[in-house]
Design a protein. Structure first.
Length: 758
C-alpha cells in the first residue's frame, strides 16, 4: 500500500501549535519561581488554615434587654471561670487539715515539773507567796500561792511528782490540741495527723478524743487526779490548775502546710469549659440578659478580638514556613535536577492550595449541616467531620509524583487540617489513616475508572478508623451516633475518589505532570496519531514497537519508569509522518535521497525532530513525550549522509563541518530519555545484521553503546556506567529472543524461493 503523505499544518494551526509550546515552557518557568511559590504556599495555606473571625457579638451586660436574637455562629468551647473557681474551692476544701503530733511539749513539761520539785525540796520554807515566786522563777511558770501551798503540803514528794508526770504522759498520749472548737468543725471528715519525729501521716477520724488545751484542760486534769488516792481532795483543784499550766498542746495545727496542700489541690483542677454548638440562641430578642449569658457574650467577644486572631495567624505562618522548607528539601532529594525540584515544589504548592480550599469548603459544609440539625446529638459538627475527603490530596500526590510524595503530602495535610478544624488528636490521626489507605490503594492504578475501587477501599478504611478511634477513647458513643460517624467516614472515602477522578486531569494540565493513567491512555494504538503512524509510516511504527520492548526492559532493570519509556518510544518518531517516504524503513520503491544532495538529505532527516515537536503540540502531548521527541537522537552525527558529503567534498577538495550533519538536540537529561537514545540506535542497527547470531548481536550492542558514550551523548543524563551495562544486557536478552531461529516447515524452502526471485 502506498504511503500517504501528511498535509502540512495550515498557518493558523502552526501559529497555535507554537503558542501551545510556548505555554508549556511558560508554565514550567512559572512553576520554577521558588520564592514566589514559597510565599504563595506559606501565605495561602496560612489564610486557609488560620482561624477566622466570626461576626461581632453585641456588648450586653446583665440586665440589658436584647434588641435581636444572639446566635452562636460557630461551634466554640469557652472557659467558665465561675464553675472553675467553684470546683477549685470544693477541691481545696476536700483537703483535710494537717495537724502535727510533737514530742517536745512532753519533754519540756517533765523538765519543768522536775525543776519545781527540786526547788521546793531545796528551799521549801518561807511564806507561801515567796515560795510561789521562787517556784515560778525555777520553772518559768506562773505559780499561784495556793498551788505552792498544795505542793508544800505534799512535801514535794517523789510520789506526787510521779503522779503528775504520769498524768501528763497519759494526756499527751491522748493528745492535747490548742483550739478544739476549730478542730470539731471538721469532725465529720477527720484530720491528717503527722508525727513530727518520723514524718508518718495517718488519717485521724476520732477527733473527739483530743483534749482541749484551753480553759477546760484544768477540769480534765482534775478528773484524772481524782483517780489518784495519794492526792488529797482539798489539793486536787490547785494541783490541776498548776499541771494544766505546765502542759502545752502537742497536737498543733500546721496552717502553712494545710494552705499549701489546698493551693496545690485547687491548681490541679482542670479549667471548666462550656461547649456552645453552632446555632444555639444565647439571648432571644426582648429577653433580659442573664449574668451567665453576659459572661458568655463577653468571652465570645474576647475570643474574636484582633489579638486572639492575629497571634494564631502568625503561629500558623511560622508552621507553614517550616512545612514549605521541608517540602523544598524533600523535592531536591527526590528529583534529579534543581530545576525539576523547583518545578515539583511549585506543583505541590498548587495542589496544596487547591486541596486546602476544598477541605475548608467541606468543613464549612459540615458546620452548616450541624447547625441546621436541631436534634441532639446530631447537631454537633464532630459527627460530620469524617466526611471531609482527606484522601483526595494523597491520591493525587501519589499518582502525580509517586509514593514518597504522597506519604509526605498525607502527613502535611493532616497537620494543616488539624490546625484548620481544631479538635483533639483524633482528627490528624484519622486524616493520616485515610490518606495512607488512599496512597496504598491507588498504587499501580492504571485506569481512571478504577478510582471507584480506590474509593470503596478508602471508605472501608475510614469507617474502621472511626471505630478504632472511638474504642481508643475508652467509651463508645451511642449506637446511632457511631453509625452516623462511620457513615460519614465511608462517604468521605467515596467522595475523595470522585474528587480525585475529577481533579486529576485539571492538576495534570496545571502542573504539566504526567501520571501512569495518562500514559496508559496515550499508549492506546487506536488514538488518531498512533493510527496515522501505523498506516502512513508502518515501518516507523514497527520500529517504535520493537524499540519500546527494548526500552521497557532496560528501564525495569535500572529502576526507571518502564511505562514512560514505552509510551515515549511510541511517539518519538511521529515527525516522520510529514515525509515518511524519506526514511528507509518506510520505502517500498525508489529512494528520494538519490536525487538530493547529502546536505539536503541530512536536513530532511533531522527535520523530523522539529516536525515531531509540532505534531506533539498540535495533539497536546505531555511534556515528557515532547522531551523524548527532541532528545531521542541527542546531537548525534548523521553518519551516512556525512560520509557521502565527505566523499563529494574530497572530489571538490573541500572540508565538511560536522555541525551541519548533527541533530539539533538537546542531549537526554533523564534516565528514561537516555534509554530511548540507546534503544533507538541499537534497534536500528539490529536491522542491518544479515545473520543476527548472538555473537553478532552482542558485538553490535557493545559497538553502538561505545560510540554513543565516546560521542558524549549521555553526559547530561543520570545514567551511570553500571546502568549502561545493565541496559546493554537487557538489549541483548530482548534481541536474542526477537531474532530466535525456527525449524523449517516441511515441504517449504522459503530461502530458495527468495533466491530464485532475486
Amino acid at each position: 500500500m502506498k504511503a500517504r503523505t501528511a498535509k502540512p499544518p495550515s498557518g493558523l494551526a502552526a501559529r497555535l501549535a507554537v503558542r501551545r509550546g510556548e505555554f508549556v515552557q511558560l508554565r514550567r518557568r512559572i512553576l520554577a519561581h521558588r520564592w514566589a511559590w514559597l510565599a504563595a504556599f506559606v501565605v495561602g495555606c496560612s489564610l486557609l488554615v488560620a482561624p477566622t473571625r466570626s461576626s461581632r457579638y453585641p456588648a450586653l451586660t446583665a440586665g440589658d434587654v436584647a434588641a435581636s436574637d444572639v446566635v452562636v455562629e460557630l461551634d466554640v468551647v469557652l472557659p467558665d471561670p465561675e464553675a472553675t473557681e467553684d470546683n477549685r474551692r470544693r477541691s481545696s476544701l476536700e483537703v483535710l487539715p494537717v495537724y502535727v503530733l510533737e514530742a517536745s511539749p512532753e519533754t519540756v513539761a517533765g523538765e519543768k515539773l522536775q525543776r519545781v520539785f527540786d526547788e521546793g525540796r531545796r528551799q521549801g520554807q518561807g511564806s507561801t507567796a515567796d515560795l510561789a515566786r521562787r517556784l515560778g522563777e525555777a520553772s518559768e511558770l506562773v505559780v499561784q500561792p495556793r498551788e505552792a501551798e498544795a505542793l508544800r503540803a505534799a512535801r514535794f514528794s517523789e510520789e506526787l511528782l510521779g503522779v503528775l508526770s504520769e498524768t501528763a504522759r497519759k494526756l499527751y498520749r491522748q493528745g492535747i490540741v490548742a483550739d478544739r472548737a476549730e478542730l470539731l468543725r471538721v469532725a465529720d471528715k477527720g484530720v491528717t495527723l503527722r508525727d513530727a519525729r518520723t514524718g508518718d501521716e495517718r488519717l485521724e477520724l476520732d477527733v473527739f478524743r483530743l483534749i482541749d488545751g484551753g480553759a477546760g484542760l484544768a477540769e480534765v486534769v482534775e478528773q484524772k487526779l481524782a483517780d489518784e488516792p495519794s492526792v488529797a481532795r482539798a489539793w486536787r483543784a490547785p494541783l490541776a490548775a498548776f499541771l494544766a499550766r505546765v502542759l502545752r498542746p502537742n497536737v498543733v495545727f500546721d496552717r502553712t502546710e494545710t494552705l499549701a496542700r489546698r493551693l496545690r489541690a485547687a491548681e490541679s483542677v482542670q479549667e471548666v469549659s462550656v461547649r456552645l454548638p453552632r446555632g444555639r440562641v444565647l439571648v432571644r430578642r426582648g429577653d433580659e440578659v442573664t449574668p451567665q449569658a453576659a459572661r458568655l457574650l463577653a468571652a465570645l467577644a474576647e475570643r474574636n478580638s484582633p489579638s486572639r486572631i492575629i497571634l494564631p495567624l502568625f503561629g500558623v505562618l511560622l508552621l507553614n514556613l517550616l512545612l514549605a522548607g521541608a517540602w523544598q528539601f524533600f523535592a531536591i532529594r527526590q528529583t534529579p535536577s534543581r530545576e525539576e525540584a523547583l518545578v515539583r515544589f511549585g506543583a505541590v504548592a498548587v495542589l496544596s492550595l487547591v486541596l486546602l480550599l476544598l477541605i475548608r469548603g467541606f468543613a464549612f459544609l459540615a458546620g452548616s449541616v450541624a447547625g441546621a440539625v436541631m436534634r441532639d446529638p446530631f447537631g454537633h459538627v464532630e459527627l460530620y467531620l469524617p466526611a471531609i475527603p482527606h484522601a483526595t490530596g494523597p491520591i493525587l500526590a501519589s499518582l502525580m509524583f509517586g509514593l514518597p510524595f504522597g506519604m509526605l503530602f498525607a502527613a502535611v495535610q493532616a497537620l494543616q487540617t488539624s490546625l484548620m478544624v481544631g479538635g483533639d488528636a483524633s482528627l490528624p490521626i484519622y486524616a493520616m489513616i485515610s490518606g495512607m489507605a488512599a496512597i496504598f490503594a491507588s498504587q499501580r492504578l492504571k485506569d481512571r475508572y478504577v478510582l471507584a475501587r480506590v474509593g470503596a477501599l478508602v471508605a472501608a478504611a475510614n469507617a474502621l478508623a472511626v471505630l478504632g478511634l472511638a474504642l481508643w477513647h475508652g467509651k463508645l458513643p451511642q449506637g446511632d451516633v457511631l453509625a452516623a460517624q462511620m457513615s460519614a467516614g465511608a462517604f468521605g472515602g467515596l467522595m475523595a475518589a470522585v474528587l480525585a477522578s475529577f481533579l486529576l486531569p485539571l492538576m495534570e494540565a496545571l502542573t504539566g505532570t504526567v501520571t501512569d493513567i495518562r500514559l496508559l491512555e496515550l499508549s492506546n494504538p487506536n488514538l488518531p496519531l498512533l493510527k496515522r503512524l501505523s498506516v502512513e509510516a508502518p515501518g516507523t511504527f514497527q520500529h517504535s514497537l520493537a524499540m519500546a520492548n527494548l526500552a521497557e526492559a532496560a528501564a525495569e532493570a535500572i529502576g526507571a519508569n518502564p511505562l514512560l519509556a514505552r509510551v515515549c518510544c511510541y511517539y518519538h518518531d511521529i515527525g516522520k509522518l510529514v515525509k515518511p517516504e524519506y526514511f528507509v524503513e518506510n520505502q517500498r520503491g525508489a529512494n528520494p535521497h538519490d536525487n538530493l544532495t547529502p546536505w539536503m538529505s541530512a536536513l530532511v532527516v533531522s527535520n523530523h525532530v522539529k516536525a515531531g515537536l509540532e505534531l506533539a503540540r498540535k495533539y497536546k502531548l505531555p511534556e515528557p513525550i515532547r522531551e523524548s521527541i527532541a532528545t531521542h537522537h541527542g546531537t548525534k552525527l548523521i553518519h551516512y549522509f556525512f560520509s557521502r558529503a565527505k566523499e563529494r567534498a574530497n572530489g571538490d577538495s573541500g572540508e565538511v563541518p560536522e555541525d551541519e550533519f548533527r541533530y539539533p538536540g538537546p542531549r537526554p537529561m533523564s534516565k528514561e530519555m537516555g534509554i530511548l537514545l540507546l534503544a533507538d540506535a541499537v534497534e536500528a542497527a539490529s536491522r542491518t545484521l544479515q545473520d543476527p547470531t548472538p555473537g553478532k548481536l552482542q558485538a553490535m550492542i557493545d559497538q553502538v553503546i561505545k560510540n554513543i558514550l565516546e560521542d558524549g551523548q549521555l553526559d547530561d543524563c543520570e545514567l551511570t556506567l553500571k546502568d549502561v551495562e545493565k541496559i546493554g544486557a537487557e538489549f541483548y536478552w530482548v534481541l536474542t529472543n526477537a531474532f530466535h531461529h525456527r525449524i523449517e516447515y516441511p515441504g517449504f524452502d522459503f530461502n530458495r524461493r527468495r533466491r530464485g526471485k532475486e
